[in-house]
Design a protein. Structure first.
Length: 186
């Protein structure tokens, strides 16, 4: 079972808004854009414009994600936010695989990003939704960020089982430039 299928609802709180969106030109599959951005963030030197453009082209999105500079700024703003909020990382892990048994279900997947500090780890999931910030924060909206709480709780259990303390659960929406914290329902 995929972690994204784990039920759970939480509260969503906007922690950061860069004020800058990544422009999307024309129509392209959100899934394909998401895969491309995940690859950019996890395996590419975000300072290497040429390598980034090649990866965007490999996904055949060069006519859709036309600004490598906007992608770089989105990443740079996000990393600066993390440094300011949580401090310098002792380790930065991408696509961290895990397997977990919950009852009779085996959950396997990978954590998009783990920002590790001396105090603990920050769980980060990337979502490439390109609607509005208000939709992410509206519990009645189908794109409400709080609906991912079960997924990030699953990640948290896996990290805590390894002996690490989890400081926060975040969703980074690079297209919107938003960082949302997930909290339990009161």
């Amino acid at each position: 079972m995929s972690p994204s299928m784990v039920a759970g609802q939480g509260r969503a709180e906007l922690l950061y808004d860069s004020g800058e969106r990544i422009p999307r030109i024309g129509q392209a599959s959100d899934s394909l854009v998401g895969d491309c951005i995940h690859q950019l963030f996890s395996s590419t030197d975000m300072q290497d414009s040429e390598a980034m453009a090649q990866l965007v082209s490999a996904y055949q999105l060069q006519g859709h994600l036309t600004s490598v500079e906007a992608l770089q700024r989105s990443w740079s703003h996000f990393v600066e936010f993390l440094r300011t909020q949580y401090g310098e990382p002792t380790a930065l892990r991408h696509e961290l695989p895990f397997k977990q048994q919950v009852g009779k279900q085996v959950i396997t997947g990978s954590i998009d990003m783990l920002w590790e500090t001396a105090e603990g780890a920050v769980l980060i999931d990337f979502k490439t939704y390109s609607g509005t910030t208000q939709q992410l924060l509206d519990p009645t909206n189908p794109h409400y960020a709080g609906r991912y709480k079960g997924q990030l709780d699953c990640y948290q259990r896996a990290i805590e089982a390894s002996g690490q303390r989890v400081l926060d659960q975040l969703i980074f929406y690079p297209i919107l430039g938003d960082v949302v914290r997930l909290l339990p329902l009161d």
